[in-house]
Design a binder for this molecule. Structure first.
Ligand SMILES: *Cc1c(COP(=O)(O)O)cnc(C)c1O
Length: 461
């Protein structure tokens, strides 16, 4: 029989496993050790007719996923752009589930709304966003782009006398999007979802520093009607960590009445470090900004931040109403700013992360990650058969092992000591080195370099 007392054993089983899993990361393989067939054999079963004891469900889940999880929260995971979880953030994330609040409205969960208000203000301060900007806590940077570009679409068309929320896009004045070839692919999907059409995305070739060229931007903007463009800039390219020259580009965009959106999924966090802050100079002049909590802030997944300078455009494009919604006159009703209706109270983990770290702790996390990224790229680059393609400006770098790059990456991953991923840059296959986990330490860097060395030696012999 399942009763209210069933929480205790189920949650205890989860707690035991969580602590054991996190404690095993230093020793366990970073790579998965179970293959697709094995996982299917264990997990894909006919739906049972009868109930199961909740604690048993958890125990069997733990047993059946064994070997199918990556050591992603640990210190030797350097693929994609993936952070870990700070202890306070993870604990607050558990409570978010236990409290099970629908954080759609202040009335629906007062504390959830106020926590987002507090964390939103802290984030604006750290990330150099003008204080009057509106904000939303969404699932990740992908939905941040959708939210911010919905506001952009509203503003650009409203200024030209077109109510896009009422009339739609058919017959509307045109919108052009100008981006760099290095943009993150989530931009393209946001453009598709909003009906803006990827054929209206135009690309500026990067210069030798991998950043957008001012003269090219000016030329492209000049080819379109004033006030018809969205300019998509990057604070932190996923391969090179490069930042666009905001101080030069944003004034040019503004001269042409463009909306400027900054994709700073991980890179905008540079603003929180005195050492790297100058990389974000000029970003304050943008119209909207995207950043992730689940990357460099080390909040568990399901956490991105949208910021919009024109709060009216943000609200006009996103807000929803129904007769049963009780609006607050004074507090932050998330439904006015978030594309979701029912939603997780995802402000709690961010609030906890920022309380755990404080301003100095955030800066220290950024600086430390960058030092480890540099040490990794230098250490790997010094090995026979390796070449540094791009030393980190921030926390992302690229190395290459001639035409055996794929083979070397596969060998490292198979070894289970460290995890890196491939990318293609300037037409070359490369291995990306990305560091954003608070747990990565000097010893992890040395272990990772040693594992690369071992693979290189085995391939030479
Ligand atoms: C990760 C990333 C995204 C996508 O963010 P999600 O949080 O995965 O949705 C967009 N842009 C950049 C630069 C990124 O690094």
């Amino acid at each position: 029989m399942i009763t209210k007392n069933s929480f205790q054993p189920a949650l205890s089983a989860a707690f035991e496993e969580a602590v054991a899993f996190l404690g095993s990361l230093d020793e366990a393989s970073v790579n998965a050790t179970a293959d697709v067939e094995e996982l299917r054999n264990r997990l894909v079963r006919p739906l049972a007719d009868t109930p199961l004891d909740p604690a048993l469900v958890i125990e069997e889940l733990v047993r059946d996923v064994k070997g199918g999880l990556l050591g992603m929260p640990g210190g030797r995971f350097f693929a994609w752009v993936i952070g870990g979880s700070l202890p306070a953030a993870l604990a607050a994330d558990w409570l978010t589930s236990a409290w099970d609040q629908n954080a759609a409205l202040y009335a629906c969960s007062p504390a959830s709304s106020i926590v987002e208000e507090a964390a939103g203000a802290w984030l604006k301060e750290l990330l150099r966003i003008p204080p009057a900007s509106s904000f939303a806590f969404v699932t990740g940077c992908q939905m941040v782009h959708v939210t911010c570009l919905a506001a952009a679409r509203h503003a650009l068309l409203a200024r030209r006398g077109w109510d896009v929320e009422a009339r739609g896009l058919a017959g509307a004045p045109s919108i052009h999007l100008i981006s760099s070839e290095n943009r993150h692919a989530s931009i393209d999907r946001a453009v598709r979802l909003l009906g803006l059409g990827t054929e209206n995305l135009e690309f500026i070739e990067a210069n030798v520093y991998e950043a957008m060229q001012p003269s090219a931007l000016r030329r492209m903007l000049g080819a379109h009607e004033h006030g018809s463009c969205i300019v998509l800039l990057q604070a932190g390219d996923i391969n090179t960590g490069v930042f666009d020259p905001f101080e030069t580009l944003i004034p040019i965009a503004k001269e042409h009445g463009a909306w400027v959106h900054v994709d700073g999924a991980f890179g905008l966090w540079a603003a929180a470090s005195p050492r790297y802050r100058a990389l974000t100079d000029g970003t304050e002049g943008a119209d909207s900004w995207a950043a992730d909590g689940h990357k460099w802030l080390n909040v568990p997944f399901d956490c991105g931040y949208a910021f919009v300078a024109d709060a009216h455009a943000h609200q006009a494009s996103i807000s929803a109403r129904a007769p049963y919604i009780a609006e607050s006159a004074t507090a932050h009703d998330q439904i006015d700013w978030n594309p979701e209706w029912s939603r997780r109270a995802r402000g709690f983990p961010t609030y906890a992360a920022l309380r755990q770290l404080g301003r100095n702790g955030v800066a220290e996390l950024i600086d430390r990650s960058c030092e480890h990224a540099r040490a990794l790229v230098e250490g790997i680059g010094a090995l026979p058969g390796a070449q540094v393609l791009w030393p980190p400006l921030l926390n992302q770098g690229l190395v290459r092992f001639g035409d055996r790059t794929e083979e070397v990456i596969d060998g490292i991953v198979a070894g289970g000591e460290a995890f890196f991923g491939p990318t293609t840059w300037r037409g070359l296959r490369a291995m990306r080195v990305s560091v954003l986990n608070w747990q990565t330490a000097e010893g992890d860097v040395q272990r990772a370099i040693a594992s690369v060395e071992a693979v290189l030696q085995s391939l030479i012999c």
